[in-house]
Write a protein that binds this ligand. Structure first.
Ligand code: PAF
Length: 285
């Protein structure tokens, strides 16, 4: 496995692979990898493409009071994991390599980035869309892999690629959970044992809500109320948002008739966790 922190070196490596006829798959990450990332790599490997994995904790997507400085990092551990997983090259640029001068150019995907995490983390998705565009320009991949735990991010990137006619296939990969249901996240490491246990209420409340929809409940506000009630009764988590939205457009939903996204963000101590579930709805005939 090759490793580089230089854009020019990465471009040379990729260009020689392209000359040999290889397709290029990109797995963008911020490192501190877990099984969720490994499943992105697994999917990328299945395409037979040359797999590029980037590790870059992108300052542009963190707000002033967020966890940029304490975001977990362990490049050697990550490099070992991805080598075993069969990645072909790891790209781990420094902030200076990615942003040698103050950025004046940004990518914004309007509307989609103003709801859910976008309204609680202003500027976050602008930072994500900008760094992903930059990575797309550096790597010029044929396909790129994104986890559905960050469902809104996946939709935003998919829309950006369509709007800008980028010749890249965006491949969503299902959420990977711990055995007890907690969605994998690099931020889970911040949780105390007690918070880790309480955080199980997130996946449980989503599962209950899904059962309730399948049982015939069609009111989005009632589903949101049920999820909020369970989280409040069974944990000390502080709810940032619990929302039912259209799974394709993220637009507001009142009456659940087509696939919906159940999305939530909840803080346990200083750790903000997100989780979601897409629920299909049987159409009445
Ligand atoms: O999902 C992430 O880890 C990040 O948002 C991404 C896509 C690597 C951009 O920094």
């Amino acid at each position: 496995m090759k490793r580089t922190s230089r854009i020019s070196e990465l471009r040379e490596i990729i260009s020689s692979e392209k000359k040999r006829g290889r397709k290029i798959a990109l797995v963008p990450t911020m490192g501190f990898l877990h099984r969720g990332h490994l499943s992105l790599i697994e999917q990328a490997k299945q395409t037979d493409a040359f797999v590029v994995l980037s590790i870059f904790v992108n300052p542009l997507q963190f707000g002033p009071n967020e966890d940029l400085s304490r975001y977990p990092r362990d490049l050697e551990r990550d490099a070992h994991l991805v080598e075993e997983a069969g990645v072909d090259v790891v790209f781990h640029p420094s902030v200076e390599e990615m942003y040698p001068r103050p950025m004046l150019t940004f990518v914004e995907v309007g509307e989609l980035d103003r709801v859910l995490c976008g309204s609680s983390r202003p500027g976050h998705f602008r930072g994500v869309a900008t760094v992903v565009s930059k990575l797309f320009n550096i790597v010029q991949p044929d396909m790129a892999f994104f986890g559905q735990k960050d469902y809104q991010q996946y939709l935003i990137i998919e829309r950006m690629v369509k709007d800008l006619s980028l010749p890249i296939e965006i491949c969503p990969v299902p959420i990977v959970r711990e055995e007890d249901g907690l969605a994998m996240s690099s931020r889970n490491i911040y949780l105390t044992a007690e918070q880790r246990l309480e955080a199980l209420v997130l996946s449980k409340s989503l599962n209950e809500a899904e059962r309730s929809i399948h049982g015939g409940q069609r009111s989005a506000r009632e589903i949101e109320r049920q999820i909020r009630e369970k989280i409040t009764l069974e944990s000390h988590g502080v709810i940032d948002y619990v929302e039912v939205r259209d799974a394709g457009s993220l637009s507001d939903v009142t009456d659940i008739q087509s696939p919906v996204l159940l999305a939530l963000a909840v803080k346990f101590g200083t750790t903000r966790l997100i989780d979601n579930k897409v629920v299909e709805v049987e159409q009445n005939v």
